[in-house]
Design a protein around this ligand. Structure first.
Ligand SMILES: Cc1cc2nc3c(=O)[nH]c(=O)nc-3n(C[C@H](O)[C@H](O)[C@H](O)COP(=O)(O)OP(=O)(O)OC[C@H]3O[C@@H](n4cnc5c(N)ncnc54)[C@H](O)[C@@H]3O)c2cc1C
Length: 439
């Protein structure tokens, strides 16, 4: 028997692709979807912060398009950066036109300096900060990359590694940087120049579409203990003593520190390595405002410290069905260390002030819905400890029949597409093993 823990996209995709092999899915919440869920409140539909689909793998794109047949709409990205009281297009490095001339000059000269002074640090030792300086230069570091990323990651960028950045932050060539400084546009830039989004129901339509191909899920069942030697998992489901499941293979999609903490018989070194992994949490503040089209953009990045949020987006610009007519809706994202909590009323006050300062809210705007959610595990920190510890943790788990996948199972910075793809790849691999007498 294969036991799957977590019914987010990684768990659902594993189950969907295991067809013919016996499995059971356990989910601690009352519904499937994990981070990819939507909910209704007072006539608005909100995601647990903005979730947009962009694909690099044709196979996964075809799967999702098949599951959401006729429901997906394609959008050309309208994402901007707000700094120096000016909107410039994302990504910053090829769109400095419109910023004050001295800022544009610093960005251009700094970038040219990176071309004439080759990399100074060996790539495996390079911190994220060094990567920014060596690839984009001092001006872009000062005016966007460092303040934005320090707001997002909540730590000094010297503490982060740079092995994960290249697909997220494309290094432009000089022509693109110069064109961007002069306002000449001849190509789309970045990893997601367009995206797909359901016309109705929010992103939660996606996990719902998986359910028809997945067997019964045990909801309200939280994995609390694993005896990896005897291959037994205990789920707390409200019954006394919980539910004990014997397994041959355990597929876990829950955060690695949570999983390892629950595996009581793992070596001390592995338990300590997992306990030292670091991450940041994100307050997802969803708002409804009684004024139509308060912004024409899809989402905006805020690098400057006077704005408490690092990003805000406008769901009704992806899908008007997400809100009431005559209104607008927003998701606002505020990063914080897991232990640094802010009371919701204080958070809402700061967000309102920041939105008014940015000119997005007017002082007389009425907020008709406000909902604060804390995404405990949002962005994992790629630090030097992670680079050393993660391979050893995953190897030890696999040797004991535990496959840890998904964004927090692999402890990485990946997308919905990756979660689906990892579930499919693991299911394909497990199908070739003889499990429960089925080969
Ligand atoms: C702020 C933010 C914005 C994002 N934006 C995008 C975007 O625009 N586009 C994109 O493609 N991706 C985006 N992502 C990434 C995307 O959310 C994830 O890649 C994907 O949803 C991960 O799916 P998963 O199944 O790996 O994990 P999860 O969705 O976390 O699923 C894990 C499941 O395990 C359950 N669980 C946890 N602990 C237990 C337990 N002890 N017992 C039983 N069940 C348990 C959880 O309830 C959950 O259902 C974003 C992520 C964040 C944080």
């Amino acid at each position: 028997m294969i036991v799957i823990v977590g019914a987010g996209l990684a768990g659902l995709s594993t189950a969907l692709h295991l067809s013919g092999v016996p499995y059971r899915v356990f989910e601690k919440e009352k519904e499937a979807g994990g981070l990819c869920r939507s909910y209704q409140k007072d006539g608005f539909t909100f995601d647990v912060t903005g979730h947009l689909l962009h694909f690099r793998q044709a196979e996964i794109k075809a799967l999702v398009e098949g599951l959401l047949r006729g429901l997906l709409k394609k959008h050309s990205r309208r994402s901007f950066i707000y700094s120096h009281r000016t909107y410039t297009e994302y990504p910053f490095q090829v769109n400095t036109y419109g910023l004050p001339p001295e800022v544009v000059r610093e960005c251009l000269l700094g970038f040219i300096d990176t071309l004439t002074n080759p990399a100074r640090t060996a790539s495996e030792d390079r911190s994220f900060k060094a990567w920014i300086l060596e690839n984009l230069g001092e001006g872009m570091a000062k005016h966007f990359m460092v303040p934005f990323n320090e707001k997002l990651w909540q730590v000094s960028l010297d503490e982060l590694t740079s092995d994960w950045v290249s697909w997220l932050i494309p290094k432009p060539d000089l022509k693109d940087v110069v064109n961007g400084a002069l306002g000449i546009k001849d190509k789309a830039f970045g990893y997601n120049p367009s995206f797909l989004y359901p016309a109705q129901g929010g992103i939660g339509a996606l996990p719902k579409a998986f359910l028809s191909g997945v067997g019964e899920i045990a909801y309200g069942s939280e994995l609390v203990e694993v005896d990896t030697g005897r291959r037994r998992a205990v789920f707390q489901d409200g019954r006394q003593g919980g539910r004990v499941e014997e397994y041959e293979i355990l597929v876990s999609t829950i955060p690695i520190p949570e999983l390892v903490h629950r595996c009581t018989d793992l070596p001390k070194a592995i338990r300590e390595a997992a306990a030292s992994l670091r991450w940041v949490s994100v307050y997802n503040v969803n708002l409804g405002v009684a004024r139509e089209r308060i912004s024409d953009k899809h989402w905006i990045y805020f690098p400057e410290p006077e704005y408490p949020f690092y990003r805000a987006g406008f769901p009704m610009n992806f899908s008007p069905a997400m809100g009431q007519s005559g209104c607008s809706s927003l998701y606002v994202e505020v990063s914080h260390l897991p232990s640094a909590l802010t009371p919701p009323a204080e958070l809402l006050k700061r967000i309102r002030e920041g939105m008014e300062l940015a000119g997005i809210f007017r002082p007389d705007d009425e907020i008709v819905v406000a909902d604060v959610r804390d995404i405990k595990y949002a962005y994992v920190l790629f630090d030097r400890h992670r680079a050393r510890a993660l391979p050893a943790i995953l190897e030890e788990l696999e040797a004991r029949g535990i496959y840890s996948i998904g964004r927090y199972g692999r402890w990485e910075h990946t997308s919905m597409e990756d979660a689906i793809s990892q579930g499919k790849n693991l299911a394909d691999r497990l199908k070739t093993m003889a499990i429960g007498g089925v080969s």
